[in-house]
Design a protein around this ligand. Structure first.
Ligand SMILES: NC(=O)c1ccc[n+]([C@@H]2O[C@H](COP(=O)([O-])OP(=O)(O)OC[C@H]3O[C@@H](n4cnc5c(N)ncnc54)[C@H](OP(=O)(O)O)[C@@H]3O)[C@@H](O)[C@H]2O)c1
Length: 297
Protein backbone atom coordinates (compact mmCIF):
# COMPACT_ATOMS: atom_id res chain seq x y z
CA UNK A 1 0.00 0.00 0.00
CA UNK A 2 1.26 3.46 -0.87
CA UNK A 3 0.92 6.01 1.94
CA UNK A 4 -0.87 9.11 0.65
CA UNK A 5 -1.91 12.20 2.61
CA UNK A 6 -4.43 14.63 1.11
CA UNK A 7 -4.25 18.20 2.40
CA UNK A 8 -7.24 20.24 1.25
CA UNK A 9 -10.11 17.77 1.06
CA UNK A 10 -12.60 20.06 -0.66
CA UNK A 11 -13.98 19.63 -4.19
CA UNK A 12 -10.79 18.57 -6.00
CA UNK A 13 -9.10 16.92 -3.01
CA UNK A 14 -12.29 15.01 -2.20
CA UNK A 15 -12.51 13.56 -5.72
CA UNK A 16 -8.85 12.54 -5.66
CA UNK A 17 -8.95 11.11 -2.10
CA UNK A 18 -12.06 9.02 -2.88
CA UNK A 19 -10.64 7.89 -6.22
CA UNK A 20 -7.34 6.78 -4.67
CA UNK A 21 -9.17 4.94 -1.86
CA UNK A 22 -11.21 3.08 -4.46
CA UNK A 23 -8.07 1.60 -6.08
CA UNK A 24 -7.37 -0.45 -2.95
CA UNK A 25 -3.66 0.30 -3.45
CA UNK A 26 -3.41 3.53 -1.48
CA UNK A 27 -3.50 4.04 2.26
CA UNK A 28 -5.08 7.51 2.23
CA UNK A 29 -5.24 9.96 5.14
CA UNK A 30 -7.41 13.06 4.92
CA UNK A 31 -5.73 16.00 6.69
CA UNK A 32 -8.63 18.21 7.70
CA UNK A 33 -9.45 21.22 9.84
CA UNK A 34 -12.81 19.79 10.92
CA UNK A 35 -14.41 16.36 10.54
CA UNK A 36 -15.63 15.16 7.14
CA UNK A 37 -17.45 12.00 8.20
CA UNK A 38 -16.66 10.19 4.93
CA UNK A 39 -16.71 11.19 1.29
CA UNK A 40 -19.57 11.04 -1.17
CA UNK A 41 -18.74 11.92 -4.78
CA UNK A 42 -21.72 12.19 -7.12
CA UNK A 43 -20.66 11.58 -10.72
CA UNK A 44 -22.22 13.26 -13.77
CA UNK A 45 -24.38 10.16 -14.46
CA UNK A 46 -25.87 10.39 -10.96
CA UNK A 47 -23.99 7.38 -9.57
CA UNK A 48 -22.16 7.96 -6.30
CA UNK A 49 -18.83 6.84 -4.91
CA UNK A 50 -19.05 6.64 -1.14
CA UNK A 51 -16.05 5.90 0.99
CA UNK A 52 -14.76 6.50 4.47
CA UNK A 53 -11.26 7.92 4.66
CA UNK A 54 -9.18 7.99 7.86
CA UNK A 55 -9.08 11.60 9.04
CA UNK A 56 -6.53 13.53 11.08
CA UNK A 57 -7.19 17.06 12.33
CA UNK A 58 -3.94 17.65 14.21
CA UNK A 59 -0.86 18.27 12.10
CA UNK A 60 1.44 17.18 14.94
CA UNK A 61 -0.09 13.68 14.70
CA UNK A 62 1.16 12.92 11.16
CA UNK A 63 4.48 11.60 9.88
CA UNK A 64 6.07 11.60 6.41
CA UNK A 65 4.00 10.10 3.60
CA UNK A 66 5.13 8.76 0.23
CA UNK A 67 2.79 11.11 -1.60
CA UNK A 68 1.18 14.33 -0.42
CA UNK A 69 -1.70 15.64 -2.52
CA UNK A 70 -2.04 19.39 -1.90
CA UNK A 71 -5.46 20.61 -3.04
CA UNK A 72 -6.12 23.73 -0.99
CA UNK A 73 -6.81 26.94 -2.86
CA UNK A 74 -3.51 28.60 -3.83
CA UNK A 75 -3.88 31.38 -1.23
CA UNK A 76 -4.35 28.73 1.49
CA UNK A 77 -0.96 27.13 0.81
CA UNK A 78 0.96 28.95 3.54
CA UNK A 79 -1.79 28.01 6.03
CA UNK A 80 -1.21 24.35 5.12
CA UNK A 81 2.50 24.76 6.00
CA UNK A 82 2.30 22.88 9.34
CA UNK A 83 0.83 19.84 7.56
CA UNK A 84 3.43 19.97 4.80
CA UNK A 85 6.33 20.25 7.22
CA UNK A 86 5.23 17.12 9.12
CA UNK A 87 4.17 15.09 6.06
CA UNK A 88 7.28 15.66 3.98
CA UNK A 89 10.46 13.65 4.31
CA UNK A 90 13.37 13.22 1.92
CA UNK A 91 11.50 10.62 -0.19
CA UNK A 92 8.12 12.38 -0.25
CA UNK A 93 6.61 13.70 -3.44
CA UNK A 94 4.07 16.51 -3.26
CA UNK A 95 1.63 16.79 -6.14
CA UNK A 96 0.11 20.27 -6.27
CA UNK A 97 -3.46 20.34 -7.55
CA UNK A 98 -3.94 24.09 -7.83
CA UNK A 99 -4.58 26.62 -10.54
CA UNK A 100 -1.90 28.94 -11.86
CA UNK A 101 1.69 28.55 -13.05
CA UNK A 102 3.61 29.10 -9.81
CA UNK A 103 3.06 25.70 -8.13
CA UNK A 104 6.74 25.00 -7.53
CA UNK A 105 7.70 28.52 -6.32
CA UNK A 106 4.72 28.52 -3.95
CA UNK A 107 5.15 25.06 -2.45
CA UNK A 108 8.87 24.18 -2.59
CA UNK A 109 9.83 26.52 0.31
CA UNK A 110 7.38 24.63 2.57
CA UNK A 111 8.41 21.02 1.88
CA UNK A 112 12.11 20.73 2.69
CA UNK A 113 13.78 17.99 0.66
CA UNK A 114 10.52 16.63 -0.79
CA UNK A 115 9.99 16.95 -4.56
CA UNK A 116 7.13 19.02 -5.97
CA UNK A 117 5.08 17.80 -8.93
CA UNK A 118 2.83 20.51 -10.39
CA UNK A 119 -0.46 19.55 -12.02
CA UNK A 120 -2.98 21.22 -14.30
CA UNK A 121 -6.38 20.42 -12.81
CA UNK A 122 -9.32 19.68 -15.06
CA UNK A 123 -11.65 18.43 -12.38
CA UNK A 124 -14.84 20.37 -12.50
CA UNK A 125 -16.34 19.78 -9.08
CA UNK A 126 -18.34 21.56 -6.44
CA UNK A 127 -18.15 20.94 -2.72
CA UNK A 128 -21.81 21.01 -1.69
CA UNK A 129 -21.24 20.38 1.99
CA UNK A 130 -18.46 18.81 3.99
CA UNK A 131 -17.41 15.59 2.28
CA UNK A 132 -20.14 15.84 -0.39
CA UNK A 133 -18.85 16.71 -3.85
CA UNK A 134 -20.65 17.01 -7.16
CA UNK A 135 -18.45 16.12 -10.10
CA UNK A 136 -19.12 17.53 -13.58
CA UNK A 137 -17.42 15.76 -16.47
CA UNK A 138 -14.47 13.40 -16.49
CA UNK A 139 -11.73 14.25 -13.97
CA UNK A 140 -8.36 14.83 -15.62
CA UNK A 141 -4.95 15.93 -14.44
CA UNK A 142 -1.90 16.83 -16.53
CA UNK A 143 1.58 16.52 -15.06
CA UNK A 144 5.07 17.01 -16.49
CA UNK A 145 6.57 13.88 -18.02
CA UNK A 146 9.35 12.21 -16.05
CA UNK A 147 9.63 9.66 -13.27
CA UNK A 148 7.45 11.54 -10.77
CA UNK A 149 4.71 12.13 -13.34
CA UNK A 150 4.79 8.48 -14.42
CA UNK A 151 4.67 7.27 -10.80
CA UNK A 152 1.74 9.55 -10.02
CA UNK A 153 -0.11 8.31 -13.11
CA UNK A 154 0.50 4.72 -11.93
CA UNK A 155 -0.78 5.61 -8.45
CA UNK A 156 -4.01 6.96 -9.99
CA UNK A 157 -4.57 3.95 -12.27
CA UNK A 158 -8.08 2.63 -11.67
CA UNK A 159 -9.07 5.71 -9.61
CA UNK A 160 -11.36 7.13 -12.29
CA UNK A 161 -8.98 10.09 -12.65
CA UNK A 162 -7.15 10.28 -15.95
CA UNK A 163 -3.56 11.46 -15.58
CA UNK A 164 -1.76 12.60 -18.72
CA UNK A 165 1.88 13.51 -18.77
CA UNK A 166 3.29 16.07 -21.14
CA UNK A 167 6.76 17.10 -22.22
CA UNK A 168 5.43 20.67 -22.57
CA UNK A 169 3.95 21.42 -19.16
CA UNK A 170 4.63 25.15 -19.64
CA UNK A 171 2.09 25.26 -22.47
CA UNK A 172 -0.45 23.14 -20.56
CA UNK A 173 -0.27 25.34 -17.45
CA UNK A 174 -0.39 28.64 -19.34
CA UNK A 175 -3.28 27.46 -21.55
CA UNK A 176 -5.34 26.93 -18.39
CA UNK A 177 -4.20 30.22 -16.88
CA UNK A 178 -5.15 32.14 -20.04
CA UNK A 179 -8.69 30.78 -19.70
CA UNK A 180 -8.75 31.55 -15.99
CA UNK A 181 -7.44 35.10 -16.51
CA UNK A 182 -10.80 36.05 -17.99
CA UNK A 183 -13.53 33.85 -16.55
CA UNK A 184 -12.85 34.15 -12.82
CA UNK A 185 -12.06 37.86 -12.74
CA UNK A 186 -14.99 38.98 -14.89
CA UNK A 187 -17.65 36.80 -13.26
CA UNK A 188 -16.44 37.62 -9.74
CA UNK A 189 -16.17 41.38 -10.33
CA UNK A 190 -19.55 41.63 -12.04
CA UNK A 191 -21.11 38.99 -9.73
CA UNK A 192 -22.66 37.46 -12.84
CA UNK A 193 -22.53 34.03 -14.47
CA UNK A 194 -21.00 33.28 -17.90
CA UNK A 195 -23.72 34.99 -19.98
CA UNK A 196 -22.07 38.25 -18.88
CA UNK A 197 -19.61 37.61 -21.75
CA UNK A 198 -22.47 38.13 -24.26
CA UNK A 199 -22.06 41.89 -23.81
CA UNK A 200 -19.66 43.33 -26.43
CA UNK A 201 -17.72 45.47 -23.94
CA UNK A 202 -17.28 42.59 -21.50
CA UNK A 203 -16.27 40.33 -24.41
CA UNK A 204 -13.60 42.92 -25.35
CA UNK A 205 -12.39 43.03 -21.74
CA UNK A 206 -12.24 39.22 -21.66
CA UNK A 207 -10.19 39.16 -24.88
CA UNK A 208 -7.82 41.81 -23.53
CA UNK A 209 -7.20 39.85 -20.31
CA UNK A 210 -6.52 36.66 -22.25
CA UNK A 211 -4.36 38.37 -24.88
CA UNK A 212 -2.09 39.87 -22.20
CA UNK A 213 -1.78 36.45 -20.57
CA UNK A 214 -1.06 34.86 -23.97
CA UNK A 215 1.74 37.33 -24.67
CA UNK A 216 3.30 36.64 -21.27
CA UNK A 217 2.81 32.90 -21.84
CA UNK A 218 4.55 33.04 -25.23
CA UNK A 219 7.49 34.93 -23.74
CA UNK A 220 7.61 32.24 -21.02
CA UNK A 221 7.98 29.53 -23.66
CA UNK A 222 4.35 28.39 -24.04
CA UNK A 223 3.14 27.61 -27.55
CA UNK A 224 -0.38 28.94 -27.83
CA UNK A 225 -2.39 30.00 -30.90
CA UNK A 226 -2.40 33.70 -31.77
CA UNK A 227 -6.20 33.77 -31.80
CA UNK A 228 -6.44 32.24 -28.32
CA UNK A 229 -8.31 35.26 -26.91
CA UNK A 230 -11.07 34.90 -29.53
CA UNK A 231 -11.25 31.16 -28.91
CA UNK A 232 -11.50 31.58 -25.13
CA UNK A 233 -14.23 34.21 -25.26
CA UNK A 234 -16.19 32.17 -27.82
CA UNK A 235 -15.92 29.18 -25.48
CA UNK A 236 -17.08 31.19 -22.47
CA UNK A 237 -20.02 32.57 -24.47
CA UNK A 238 -21.06 29.03 -25.43
CA UNK A 239 -21.13 27.74 -21.86
CA UNK A 240 -24.49 26.85 -20.27
CA UNK A 241 -26.15 29.92 -18.72
CA UNK A 242 -25.90 28.55 -15.18
CA UNK A 243 -22.09 28.23 -15.45
CA UNK A 244 -20.00 30.45 -13.24
CA UNK A 245 -16.53 30.19 -11.77
CA UNK A 246 -15.09 29.21 -8.41
CA UNK A 247 -14.09 32.86 -7.90
CA UNK A 248 -17.71 33.90 -8.43
CA UNK A 249 -18.91 31.27 -5.92
CA UNK A 250 -16.24 32.40 -3.44
CA UNK A 251 -17.22 36.04 -3.83
CA UNK A 252 -20.92 35.28 -3.38
CA UNK A 253 -20.09 33.26 -0.24
CA UNK A 254 -17.89 36.04 1.19
CA UNK A 255 -14.72 33.92 0.96
CA UNK A 256 -11.25 35.07 -0.05
CA UNK A 257 -10.74 34.69 -3.82
CA UNK A 258 -7.90 33.00 -5.70
CA UNK A 259 -7.14 36.04 -7.89
CA UNK A 260 -3.46 36.37 -6.99
CA UNK A 261 -2.50 32.95 -8.41
CA UNK A 262 -4.36 33.86 -11.62
CA UNK A 263 -4.35 37.53 -12.70
CA UNK A 264 -1.64 38.35 -10.14
CA UNK A 265 0.59 35.64 -11.65
CA UNK A 266 0.16 37.15 -15.13
CA UNK A 267 1.19 40.56 -13.77
CA UNK A 268 4.26 39.15 -11.95
CA UNK A 269 5.47 37.20 -14.98
CA UNK A 270 4.78 40.19 -17.24
CA UNK A 271 6.84 42.47 -14.98
CA UNK A 272 9.73 39.98 -15.04
CA UNK A 273 9.62 39.75 -18.83
CA UNK A 274 9.00 43.44 -19.51
CA UNK A 275 5.51 42.88 -20.95
CA UNK A 276 2.84 45.40 -19.90
CA UNK A 277 -0.29 43.85 -18.38
CA UNK A 278 -2.54 46.82 -17.55
CA UNK A 279 -5.84 44.91 -17.80
CA UNK A 280 -4.65 42.14 -15.49
CA UNK A 281 -3.18 44.72 -13.10
CA UNK A 282 -6.48 46.56 -12.99
CA UNK A 283 -8.60 43.49 -12.27
CA UNK A 284 -6.06 42.28 -9.69
CA UNK A 285 -6.36 45.61 -7.85
CA UNK A 286 -10.18 45.50 -8.01
CA UNK A 287 -10.34 41.88 -6.85
CA UNK A 288 -7.93 42.62 -4.01
CA UNK A 289 -10.18 45.49 -2.95
CA UNK A 290 -13.35 43.36 -2.87
CA UNK A 291 -11.83 40.10 -1.56
CA UNK A 292 -12.23 39.67 2.20
CA UNK A 293 -8.92 40.28 4.00
CA UNK A 294 -6.68 37.29 3.44
CA UNK A 295 -5.62 35.23 6.41
CA UNK A 296 -4.31 32.32 4.34
CA UNK A 297 -7.19 30.15 5.40
N1 LIG B 1 -13.34 22.93 -8.03
C1 LIG B 1 -13.04 22.97 -9.31
O1 LIG B 1 -13.92 22.72 -10.16
C2 LIG B 1 -11.64 23.27 -9.76
C3 LIG B 1 -11.35 23.10 -11.12
C4 LIG B 1 -10.06 23.32 -11.57
C5 LIG B 1 -9.09 23.76 -10.66
N2 LIG B 1 -9.41 23.94 -9.37
C6 LIG B 1 -8.34 24.39 -8.46
O2 LIG B 1 -8.07 23.35 -7.52
C7 LIG B 1 -7.65 23.94 -6.27
C8 LIG B 1 -8.57 23.43 -5.16
O3 LIG B 1 -9.87 23.96 -5.42
P1 LIG B 1 -11.21 23.38 -4.77
O4 LIG B 1 -12.32 23.85 -5.61
O5 LIG B 1 -11.08 21.94 -4.48
O6 LIG B 1 -11.21 24.20 -3.38
P2 LIG B 1 -12.15 23.94 -2.11
O7 LIG B 1 -13.35 23.13 -2.46
O8 LIG B 1 -12.33 25.29 -1.48
O9 LIG B 1 -11.25 23.03 -1.18
C9 LIG B 1 -10.13 23.51 -0.50
C10 LIG B 1 -10.03 22.70 0.77
O10 LIG B 1 -8.81 23.05 1.41
C11 LIG B 1 -9.05 22.99 2.79
N3 LIG B 1 -8.04 23.73 3.52
C12 LIG B 1 -7.72 25.04 3.39
N4 LIG B 1 -6.73 25.37 4.25
C13 LIG B 1 -6.43 24.24 4.92
C14 LIG B 1 -5.51 23.93 5.96
N5 LIG B 1 -4.71 24.86 6.48
N6 LIG B 1 -5.48 22.66 6.44
C15 LIG B 1 -6.29 21.69 5.94
N7 LIG B 1 -7.20 21.92 4.96
C16 LIG B 1 -7.26 23.19 4.47
C17 LIG B 1 -10.43 23.57 2.96
O11 LIG B 1 -10.90 23.16 4.21
P3 LIG B 1 -12.18 23.74 4.95
O12 LIG B 1 -13.27 22.87 4.43
O13 LIG B 1 -11.85 23.52 6.38
O14 LIG B 1 -12.31 25.18 4.54
C18 LIG B 1 -11.15 22.95 1.77
O15 LIG B 1 -11.73 21.71 2.13
C19 LIG B 1 -7.70 25.46 -6.48
O16 LIG B 1 -6.46 25.95 -6.87
C20 LIG B 1 -8.70 25.60 -7.64
O17 LIG B 1 -8.53 26.77 -8.38
C21 LIG B 1 -10.66 23.71 -8.88
Amino acid sequence: MTRVAVVGVGAVGGVVAAGLMSTGRADVTACVRSPLGGLRIVRPDGSALETSVPEVADSSAVSPAEWVVLATKAHQTAGAGPWLRRLCGAGTRVVVLQNGVEHVERVAPLVGAARVLPAVVEISAESQRRGHVRLFGRPRLTVPSGDDGADFAALCQGSGIEVTSTGDFVTAAWAKLCLNAANGAVTALTMQRMPVFAGPRIARLGRALVEEARQVASASGARLPEDLADQVVARLRAMPPESGSSMLWDRLAGREMEYDARNGAVVRAGARLGIPTPYNETVTALLEAVSPPGNGS
